[in-house]
Design a protein around this ligand. Structure first.
Ligand SMILES: Nc1nc2c(ncn2[C@@H]2O[C@H](COP(=O)(O)OP(=O)(O)OP(=O)(O)O)[C@@H](O)[C@H]2O)c(=O)[nH]1
Length: 211
């Protein structure tokens, strides 16, 4: 114990695994590193996927993000089943100046059509509107199709909107966890649990948002 009260137990940390997915060069690393370090680094020299860990507060609760920055070799190189199964949530990235990157996400959509993994769509490089190939409306339509959140950002310009994107995906993951826990309880108890307070204990429960 320290002077300021109880030291936080490690088990109280909520872990959220995010795979950052998108076609080549859309800014997956720029977005990830912006979120991790608040800095914009223009060029990344990596030939393979990279994993990061990062702890932040989301809605005043500590969250440990594990971020997988994927690295497709070309437009045909879609994320593996292993990557999708590993993730709790997918950050799907396209570039507003690259129409092919929107098509890439549509192909990813077919891959995850039968899954209920939470996703968030982010359109990057909106500092380059003079070269725009994909309208914001098209992004919003794709997000409606995925039933997920959507925003246009520029990793090159600002930190806050990029952080919001990661926070929103975290909220979607926690909401999905809460929903699956409720439906598991409903199956076990044979009743609706919406009026029951969940008795939270144990490590996995610490990842659930409070009711
Ligand atoms: N103008 C502008 N350029 C950006 C932005 N984000 C990234 N870039 C540039 O886009 C290029 C690709 O960025 P990366 O972050 O390496 O893209 P990536 O999706 O990780 O690339 P791969 O891992 O090779 O698929 C770099 O030259 C970045 O400087 C942005 O918001 N605006």
């Amino acid at each position: 114990m320290n002077g300021k009260g109880l030291r936080r137990k490690k088990s109280a940390l909520c872990e959220v695994k995010v795979a950052v997915i998108g076609g080549p060069g859309v800014g997956k690393s720029a977005l990830s590193v912006r979120f991790l370090t608040r800095r914009y680094i223009g060029e990344y020299d990596h030939q393979s996927e990279t994993r990061y860990k990062h702890e932040v507060l989301v809605d005043n609760e500590p969250v440990l993000y594990e971020i997988l920055d994927t690295c497709p070799k070309n437009e045909e190189d879609l994320p593996s089943t292993e990557t999708i199964n590993w993730a709790d949530g997918l950050l799907l990235v396209y570039s507003i100046i690259d129409r092919r990157s929107m098509s890439y996400l549509k192909r990813v959509g077919s891959l995850i059509a039968n899954s209920d993994i939470p996703v968030y769509i982010v359109a990057n490089k909106n500092d380059m509107v003079h070269l725009r190939e994909v309208s914001a409306e098209e992004g919003a339509i794709l997000a409606r199709h995925f039933e997920c959140g959507f925003s246009e950002v520029a990793a090159a310009e600002m930190v806050a909107p990029v952080a919001v994107v990661f926070q929103e995906l975290c909220r979607a993951v926690l909401a999905a966890r809460r929903k699956s826990k409720h439906s598991l309880l409903e199956r076990m108890l044979g009743t609706k649990t919406s009026n029951l307070r969940l008795y939270a204990r144990g490590k996995s429960d610490s990842c659930l948002p409070k009711d």
